[in-house]
Design a protein. Sequence first.
Length: 393
Amino acid sequence: MIYIARDKDDVVFILKIICVCALFNTAAGIVEFFFQHRFFIDIFPRGMLETLLENNPTLQNLLTESFRNGKFRAASVFVTPLSFGEFEIVAIPIGLFFALHRENLFERTLGWAVVFGGFLGVYVSGSRGGWVGVILSMAVFVAIWSIREAMKSKASLAPATAGVAGAIGFGVVIALILGSHTTHDMVLGGTAQAGSTEARYGQWIAALPFIKSNPITGHGLAMGGYAIQSSIDSYVLSLLIETGIPGLIFFAGLLLLSIWYCVRSYLSDMSESSAVAGALACSLVAFTANRLVLSQKENHMLIYSLLAIVVVLNYEYGRKRVPDRLSRKPVGFMTVPLKAGTNRAEDKRPSAGRSTADESRREALAARMATLILAALVLFFLFTCVHMFSRWL
């Protein structure tokens, strides 16, 4: 990715490609939802499809129409509707980057189309984890955007207005989930989804002996389902069985550290590159939340590409600050020539030193805010996992 994305413009171009793909997937999902038919299966010749099903019976799911709460669940180009919903919640924050941080009218329109289409995609996919992931990522986005705007312009009322509106909106969503039967079933599931929820608990119970028997190296990649003789719906459980506790720690660390670096960059640097980092942080938040209840790996290639972009952005962030750190002096002012290229008397101006100190304080504040947000996310994930365990502890 470093060789493909040489600068910010290349990164933005890659994100545009992702947005265009998101619009295509959304359109395909809406058409599939409307006609209640998986059109992409028709692309395969009949003989080829029968051979694939004979060699791999699990692909029979491709031909099985899925419904939830009486509504058809679209999968678009994916194997399962859940993976389609996960793709959409990853794409929505990227659309917000174009909608809020780009000046070009076409790019802004593209961004809002991706955001609106993303919510439609989550709806037609019927993904409960998708709704939880998008709510969580939007809460993080509103929080860090408000903080960034407040740090950029302390006299502006926009950050406070956005923060209050976001808090009210989040409260309304929570109230709808708790008070509305339809919304509750759509986001968290109802009686019809009780069997699916119980099956997830049963998977944890069945996996516990295998986790205890080999907690360090696990039982081998893609062997989790064979071990417990059941499908696995949580990627956390898949990692624990297949790669052990170290595998889970490394994968979680890969995502959580990337989120921290992106949030820090978004809050400390007001450039457009850091705006990209903020959007990617929210995409990773949504993906991480959905990993708690989804084990399919269809979107892993997309996430690894986004993580590669995070590496590029963090590299550029660090390289941009190296000259600033080297130019800092331990005194409270800098010595600046009155006229470049002359040996005249020098002027000692404390303003340069103050600007450097302000930048250092802003970076420290950004790091603290990123740590606070990450800690809140970790607590949410731990609470969710403990809730899963509480059924059999």
